[in-house]
Design a protein around this ligand. Structure first.
Ligand SMILES: [Zn+2]
Length: 497
């Protein structure tokens, strides 16, 4: 029997987080008449199960079922092969051994897909990440399930071949044109409008400054004053995502949700304080990004900040500093980006009503002190703007003018972002003196002083100026120094009010 020892190789990818490793499936007939498919090269559980799925699907599809044993080796041998995408390359390799696939058609392609017993292809998780990796690895074509075609086709410079079944895969490998990928569907959640937030001029101002400079923002105020409403309106003030960011953010969301999501606007994520560490920063098997990475290029909102266990906030510290989450894996580490803007909200005291004009606060000074101390200094130091959100005046709420709309404020923010210079702005003499005095008097860290200068630059840019003035810096510091009082115990006067 000539050619019985011929080896066919099929290229595929093994996804681990956002990255993928190249895997080659090598197939040849093995000795014996047992009709077994022998697998070597660390196939995971799902890959080993592919054997029976493929046999079932070949029988069902009236395709030749191997009459002799087949050896399928997955290389490199030291990489664990996890995931459900190995069915298609394995089945195609088996059919190549049966003479149904031209060997040269396999050379330039990467194949990924899970087979159903009727021969149809089920979508795989992380198709956009796979397509990005296929391009990075300079592959010319990616054959994958039709349902994944839309998101994969977002990647330029890669031929995407979405196929519905193993039969259609055979036709395309034989030279037939692949079906056109479906048009990507954008899932658009209408952004709430800033005009809905009445009163709260100081908080609105802080929100606009934060949008102009990408600053982290902390709202402090009693329940029901609109802290969450304000936070939800920040993404609407930010510019739409750049093309590369659309791909990166959509790939992250595809990994978490199964795929098919195209994100063109800055995301907003609001994890509850009961979330697990893995849910917040990512991890697990299969490896999925956490909320902090799902907020990449958007807003991470931490409501009721002191209720977050300290362990969770500490787990966020390094990722927020570096803009990337590193997750240790066996023998290597995976990364998910997380360049986010953090908005947090907290009550002024455990009962929430400290400083409320009509409801009395029931908390002891010690309880208030303990509550505020739950958020560590280094975490609070990450917030460039700290804003009191007081109970609004009833008259203003009922008869006051509607606030400015998201569209108007976003236009100002876009102009400011274009104007705002990169890096630290220079200060005039008066501003330098002011900053030095504030650093001395309030024991501001060098980091805090730097952040205040950057906030001043955002304030200046919103006013159409490149360099901040003394007044800009004064306003920036006024937003900063609220932190100072938060870190200290409340004064007796404050508790009495
Ligand atoms: Zn209280």
């Amino acid at each position: 029997m000539s050619g019985s020892r011929q080896v066919f190789t099929v290229n595929t990818l093994c996804l681990d987080g956002l990255r993928a490793a190249e895997v080659v499936v090598e197939l040849q007939h093995a000795g014996g008449l047992m009709q077994r498919i022998i697998m070597t090269g660390l196939p995971g559980g799902a890959v080993r199960e592919a054997r029976d799925r493929i046999r079932g699907c070949l029988e069902h599809g009236e395709l030749p079922v191997p009459k002799r044993s087949i050896l399928a080796n997955f290389a490199p041998a030291d990489l664990h092969k996890e995931g459900n995408g190995f069915d298609l390359p394995l089945a195609v390799g088996i059919l190549a051994l049966a003479g149904l696939v031209p060997a040269e058609s396999l050379a330039e392609r990467v194949l990924v897909g899970e087979l159903a017993l009727d021969g149809s292809l089920r979508p795989v998780r992380g198709a956009l990440a796979l397509a990005l990796e296929a391009r990075r690895l300079r592959k010319r074509a990616l054959m994958l399930p039709f349902a994944n075609g839309a998101e994969a086709s977002l990647v330029d410079g890669l031929r995407v071949e979405p196929v519905r079944s193993i039969q259609e895969a055979l036709l395309v490998l034989g030279g037939a044109p692949a079906p056109e990928p479906p048009t990507p569907v954008e899932r658009r959640v209408p952004a709430p409008d800033l005009a809905d937030v009445l009163a709260q001029p100081s908080a609105r101002r802080a929100l606009e400054i934060a949008a102009a400079g990408g600053h982290n923002l902390l709202f402090v105020g009693p329940p029901g004053t609109g802290k969450t409403m304000l936070a939800q309106r920040l993404p609407g003030l930010l510019p739409p995502l750049a093309d590369d960011d659309v791909l990166a953010v959509s790939a992250l969301h595809g990994l978490a949700s199964g795929g098919g999501v195209i994100v063109r606007h800055p995301p907003f994520r609001a994890p509850h304080h009961s979330i697990s560490r893995t849910g917040l920063v990512g991890g697990g098997r299969p490896l999925v990004p956490g909320e902090v990475s799902l907020a990449h290029k958007g807003v991470l909102f931490l409501d009721e900040l002191p209720e977050f266990p300290r362990m969770l906030l500490e787990a966020l510290r390094q990722p927020l500093e570096d803009g990337v989450v590193r997750i240790a894996r066996v023998g290597r580490s995976a990364e998910f980006p997380c360049r986010v803007q953090v908005v947090a909200a907290m009550n002024p005291c455990p009962c929430g009503y400290l400083g409320h004009p009509r409801r009395g606060c029931q908390c002891t000074p010690h309880a208030i002190f303990t509550y505020r101390r739950r958020v560590s200094g280094p975490i609070l130091d990450r917030f460039d703007l700290h804003v009191d959100v007081p109970v609004p005046d009833a008259e203003l709420l009922l008869r006051g003018p509607r606030g400015e709309s998201t569209r108007d404020v976003a236009a100002r923010v876009a102009t400011a972002r274009a104007l705002r210079p990169e890096g630290l702005p220079s200060l005039d003499d008066a501003s330098t003196t002011l900053l030095a005095r504030a650093m001395g008097r309030f024991a501001l860290s060098a980091r805090a002083a730097t952040r205040a200068r950057l906030v001043a630059a955002s304030i200046a840019a919103l006013d159409g100026r490149v360099s901040p003035t003394h007044d800009d810096l004064h306003e920036a510091l006024s937003f900063r120094l609220g932190l100072h009082s938060l870190l200290a115990a409340p004064s007796p006067g404050e508790v009495a009010s």
